[in-house]
Design a protein around this ligand. Structure first.
Ligand code: PRP
Length: 222
């Protein structure tokens, strides 16, 4: 519970599927939110936490500027923004893989030792291949990256793969898994220092639910 003198903790949460999963987890921990229609900010009934629904890639922006002290954010977004934050918890959902993919019929001999890659994750792609001494040309796209090999913009993409259905629908295949991506509860370092006791109470409250969900998911996926 929030102490009467404490303002609620502020958390930036991505809209969409992650938002639903975060809300479900929080509800299991006794933090329930009533979002009025189209409202993007809501507090739990006990006044412990205020959620702010923002675009996925904007989460670090709000946390970096201290508008939200905490955020729910994936490694992919954190890497692109190069934001220096604390990772307090890893959620048992939202895990994906950052992959290199190409058309099923692509012949690597046509690469001539240089990869041409379309991606939203340009910093990651540059760093990944440069660190391995692989020459790469990176083309930035804003979304629907799977179209690039289909339309001939680039033979390769670097993108997140979760179920693999978007790749399959576009006749693409994973040629290499580059990195595992997880979703974390992150904190602005200054906010964490000032509100440590309150943040710690939230973490203590979420941790058992995260562990329980992880165990349940493992048992249902075999
Ligand atoms: C992500 C990702 C892939 C897709 C992968 O896109 O960039 O396109 O999900 O999911 P799958 O393996 O389950 O098919 P997102 O939904 O964020 O849309 P975007 O391409 O417009 O960014």
């Amino acid at each position: 519970m929030r102490r009467p003198t404490e303002p609620p903790l502020t958390i930036a949460v991505p809209k969409g599927r992650l938002h639903d999963q975060v809300r479900e987890l929080f509800e299991r921990c006794g933090l329930a939110f009533d979002f009025a229609a189209r409202k993007l900010v809501a507090e739990d009934r006990g006044g412990m936490v205020r959620l702010m629904l923002v675009k996925n890639s904007d989460v670090p922006v709000y946390v970096n500027h201290g508008i939200a002290g905490l955020g729910v954010c994936g490694d992919d977004v954190l890497y692109e923004t190069a934001f220096d934050c604390f990772r307090l918890l890893t959620f048992p959902f939202g895990g994906t893989r950052m992959c290199l993919a190409a058309r099923r019929d692509h012949d690597p001999n046509q690469d001539h030792g240089r990869l041409r890659v379309a991606t939203k994750f340009t910093r990651f792609a540059h760093d990944f291949f440069h660190q391995r001494g692989i020459p790469v040309e990176v083309i930035r796209l804003g979304g629907s990256v799977e179209l690039a090999p289909v339309l001939g913009l680039a033979p390769y993409i670097v993108d997140l793969v979760e179920t693999g259905s978007t790749l399959a629908a576009n006749d693409l295949v994973v040629t290499e898994e580059l990195e595992r991506i997880s979703v974390h509860l992150i904190a602005n370092p200054a906010y964490y220092k000032f509100r440590y006791a309150q943040v710690d109470r939230l973490v203590q409250r979420l941790e058992p639910c995260i562990v329980a969900q992880g165990v349940k998911d493992e048992s249902t996926t075999g």
